[in-house]
Ligand binder design. Structure first.
Ligand code: ATP
Length: 355
């Protein structure tokens, strides 16, 4: 068990990096606390795997230091870092039983038979593998095999961290929900630092205490799911988190007002005239078609059962809004109401704080 510090870590795969674009991972400083679950979330190519591989020791960072409990482990090989890893595809011994697979990492470290057996049963019980403990692993389904892989990652309680690299890729969609909740429960039961790489926001938001949102080799925000939803620090986070993501509209801002294509939106705070490219951001959850508000053109309404979402245009700018339960929209004209406290102002994609 450990605290992990990424001290100015950056990585370029090619020799002699010069510009930002040469780096797969741009310089970052983060501290991950023991006992917490972190998700590295971002689109393909954003640098998640590079960061995970730096922690596991598969990749040596170009610059910076990696500390486990204050100890510099940057130059240590993987086997001396005391970490457990779970990959996308099952890594198990087909010829062994399920119990044999789970016991392997413990026996390897010289744990006594009674303790091994207790630990194997505890892990199997958490993952729902008790019924198949004595079965050979090779006859099991892909889902069950991946559960064994997860079990092998979780069976040791003395590891500095457990690293998961998209571990639910091979899991049947119907079982993903169950396994995600199980992993969360396992994390609560064990006092382990877990780091989970995924491009799937649902996985990240259900699993993690803190989500690290990445894009283009940069960490854009680290926050709880609620923080990422309520207060995205960057337009990418606003758009990437949420389904559909945050609406972003080009605007000019002066004082407590934003103007979007000639229409005025009231803001909750006063802003100094922002420099650069200014946008206002509002989540569809807080933009509502109602009896009163700004005039908008309705292009389409999708009834999702739980909620109706309208695709509308404010002037020339498209956005997505909820349709109030009692709103009867006729034709293509409607009114849009936005709660001022839910409107964020971005300058060159960065969130601006009100004065
Ligand atoms: P994915 O979800 O597709 O695995 P990722 O977010 O994990 O993506 P990385 O695999 O860390 O992203 O890749 C980050 C960048 O580094 C990408 O531009 C990728 O092409 C590049 N890259 C990754 N591995 C290597 C390598 N071994 N050699 C050269 N470039 C690499």
């Amino acid at each position: 068990m450990a605290q992990i510090t990424l001290d100015g870590i950056a990585h370029a795969y090619g020799p002699r990096p010069k510009t930002d674009a040469d780096y797969a991972l741009r310089p970052l400083h983060l501290v991950w606390e023991q006992g917490k679950a972190y998700a590295l979330l971002g689109p393909s190519g954003c640098g998640k795997t590079t960061l995970l591989n730096i922690i596991s020791g598969l990749v040596q960072p170009t610059v910076g230091r990696l500390l486990f409990d204050g100890r510099d482990v940057t130059a240590l090989p993987t086997e001396r870092r005391n970490i457990a890893q779970v990959f996308q595809f099952p890594v198990i011994y087909d010829t062994m039983t399920v119990a044999g697979n789970l016991a392997f990492p413990l026996r390897n470290r010289g744990m006594g038979a009674a303790e091994v057996s207790a630990q194997v049963r505890k892990t199997a019980s958490m993952l729902g593998l008790l019924d198949v403990l004595e079965r050979p692993a090779r006859n099991l389904s892909a889902d069950a095999k991946q559960k064994i892989s997860l079990g092998r990652g979780l069976v040791r309680q003395d590891v500095a961290a457990v690293l998961f690299d998209e571990p639910l890729t091979v899991i049947d969609p119907g079982l993903k929900w169950e396994l995600r909740s199980k992993l969360k429960a396992v994390h609560r039961a064990l006092d382990l630092l877990m780091i989970y790489v995924t491009h799937d926001q649902t996985e990240a938001l259900t699993f993690a205490d803190q989500v690290v949102v990445m894009n283009g080799g940069q960490v854009l925000q680290v926050g709880t799911p609620a923080e990422l939803f309520d207060r995205p620090d960057h337009t990418f986070v606003g758009h990437f988190i949420g389904s559909p993501g945050m609406n972003l509209l080009p605007a000019t801002v002066a004082g407590a007002e934003a103007r979007v294509d000639g229409y005025t939106l009231a803001l909750a705070g006063q802003y100094a005239a922002p420099a650069g490219r200014v946008q206002v951001g509002v989540r569809p959850d807080f933009a509502e078609l109602a009896a009163e508000g700004l005039p908008v053109q309705v292009d389409r309404i999708d009834d999702l059962g739980r909620v109706r979402l309208a695709r509308v245009r404010l002037g020339r700018h498209p956005l997505v809004a909820r349709v109030a339960a009692n709103a009867a929209i006729q034709g293509t004209e409607a009114r849009l109401r936005i709660e001022p406290s839910r409107i964020h102002v971005y300058s060159d994609d960065r969130l601006m704080a009100p004065l």
